[in-house]
Each structure stands twice: as C-alpha cells, then as structure tokens.
Design a protein. Structure first.
Length: 192
C-alpha cells in the first residue's frame, strides 16, 4: 500500500515572510541618475527661460503621455516623478514646437518626430563633425498627411506644403547637453 506523505502544518510560521517589493525601475540603466521636473527645467534654461511655465508644461506633457517617468506614473503627494536624463531632449523639442505656437498635445505625428529625433541625437553625439541637423515637420494637407524629415544642411522647404516647421536639433542638443552635464555632476556631488 502506498505511503501517504504528511503535509506541512500551514498554521505555524515557517520563518519566510513575503513582502511587497516595487517592480518599477528607477532608471533604465543601473546607476544612472534620474531627474525631477525641477532639474529638467534647470537644464532647459537656455531653451525655456520661464521656469514656472516650463514646469507646468512638463507636468502637462507628462499627464498627456508625451513625457514618461521611469518610476511610478502616479507618484502621490510629496513624491517627485523621476525621469531618465535623456527626456530633457524630448522636452526641449516639445518646448520649441510650443514656442512656434502649436498645441503640442493635439499633434498626432509628434511621437514619430520625437522618436526620429532620439535616433538622430545618438548619431549626432557619435559624430566628430557636428554641422546643422534639422527636424522638419511638413504638413501637406489633410489628404497627404504629415512628413517628418531629419537631415543635415539647409532646410528643404516644400512649396506645396500647408505648414512647415523647422527645428534646429543641433542647437537644441548642444544646449541641453551642456546643462545636462552640469546638473548631473552637481547632483552626484551633493550629499543625500
């Protein structure tokens, strides 16, 4: 006859306790510092000098899903959302588009433009010669849609376009990069 195994007594503590651990990662790369909205605003001083308006725009773009924090999306009262340092470049491009008078949130092609600009920034950072690098958003009417172009050199105006926005990415990347280095090194040096 088969032997029955005795089951462990679940009423007695076993010495193992389960704890709830956060599954969010505070930075996409271990050891990379994260930034708050205030720190991003400081980095964008050359691009968006009005810090109060800049903070409000960043918060609005976060609520609308254009800027994504790396930790909790709903951090709660008194907790600051944390962002990857590279989000400063996205914020700078959004500021440039907003300064042109466009409602950033309502632009359906914006995620594509930001994605292409991220790829261009990585190539630009690796390049030894840093010439003009332009992001052009070209709307050719409702039937033709929107074209997103990133190229070096002079703007390529399409005379048949309804609207053309030209953003100097090299200028934006250079200005954010300088401030990014200063803010990150200051943050590492300050005791916690």
């Amino acid at each position: 006859m088969p032997r029955l195994r005795e089951l462990p007594d679940r009423s007695k503590p076993t010495g193992h306790t389960l704890t709830a651990e956060s599954l969010t990662v505070h930075s996409p790369i271990l050891g990379t510092p994260t930034l708050t909205i205030g720190q991003i605003t400081e980095q964008l001083a050359a691009i968006a000098p009005d810090k109060v308006a800049g903070r409000e725009r960043l918060r609005h773009w976060t609520r609308e899903g254009l800027l994504l924090p790396v930790a909790d999306h709903h951090s709660g009262t008194g907790n600051h959302r944390q962002y990857d340092p590279s989000i400063s470049y996205d914020a700078a491009i959004l500021h440039a588009i907003a300064r042109a008078g466009l409602n950033v949130v309502s632009l359906p092609y914006l995620q594509t433009a930001l994605s292409k600009a991220r790829d261009a920034r990585l190539k630009w950072e690796r390049a030894t010669i840093k010439g003009p690098l332009l992001l052009e958003i070209v709307q050719k009417g409702a039937e033709c849609g929107t074209e997103i172009l990133i190229h070096e050199g002079d703007p390529k105006y399409d005379t048949a376009a309804e609207l053309t926005i030209v953003i100097n990415l090299a200028w934006i990347f250079a200005n954010v990069r300088t401030d990014l280095t200063k803010t990150t090194s200051r943050r590492r040096a300050s005791p916690r």
